[in-house]
Design a protein around this ligand. Sequence first.
Ligand code: ATP
Length: 245
Amino acid sequence: METAALRAVGLVKEYRRGRAVDGVDLTVRTGERVGLLGPNGAGKTTTILMSLGVVTPDAGSVEIFGHRLPRARPTAMAEVGFAAGYLPLPNQMRVIEYLRMFGRLYGLRRADDAAQAALERFGVGHLARALGTELSSGQKTLVGIVKAVLHEPRLLVLDEPTASLDPDVAQRVRTGLGDLCAEHATALLVTSHNMVEVERLCERVVFLARGRVVADGTPSDIAHRFGRDGLEGVFLHLARDEEAA
Ligand SMILES: Nc1ncnc2c1ncn2[C@@H]1O[C@H](COP(=O)(O)OP(=O)(O)OP(=O)(O)O)[C@@H](O)[C@H]1O
């Protein structure tokens, strides 16, 4: 079997108030760009956090480039970049210091150069000397994305990367991500509530609803299967199904 960037099989997570994830299989092939979609509370973040070994699954298995979690997590994570709006940045560090710290953790010899290049790629080179306290929420999001791509990971996992960004910046981030993935054949797993974004960035989408995979395919195949014009229509259909359940 081909070694996938991510292969999660039969993931289950039970919380006090119910089953957040209920037997999810999720594969991202090397160099493939996959969108993970679904209504609020569908289990996307929990699936991502289990895939990264941050949350321990009650059942199921995860491999990243063939490295099985949790045992091989340190080796696996060297290949992964992760960013999410909910990850905090230190207030009292300058952006360049923060990125340098991660660059060194990743063993980059020219951490500052890599950090500056990644900041420029996402249009925020001017923020290098800013303190965490001096950043807007959108700027913090951008620095988080820069941190995630610094070491040119082979798998990039982004949980709602453009949620706090204005439409112009969000578009630049999409372009930056698309270019980066194309240049380095980076695999991408991204959650978003922006269907246009997912249609532009992803070759394949996986829809979750109530902790289960309810559709998996190319955006156009899925739209066709549900008899809709695009992913937005599929999303609304699934979300309303959810409300009725
Ligand atoms: N740490 C936790 N403890 C208890 N319940 C949790 C925890 N994390 C998530 N849940 C519950 O698990 C379910 C799935 O949550 P999750 O955050 O994975 O959904 P999501 O699809 O990412 O939603 P959103 O689009 O709103 O971010 C929700 O019902 C949520 O209340």
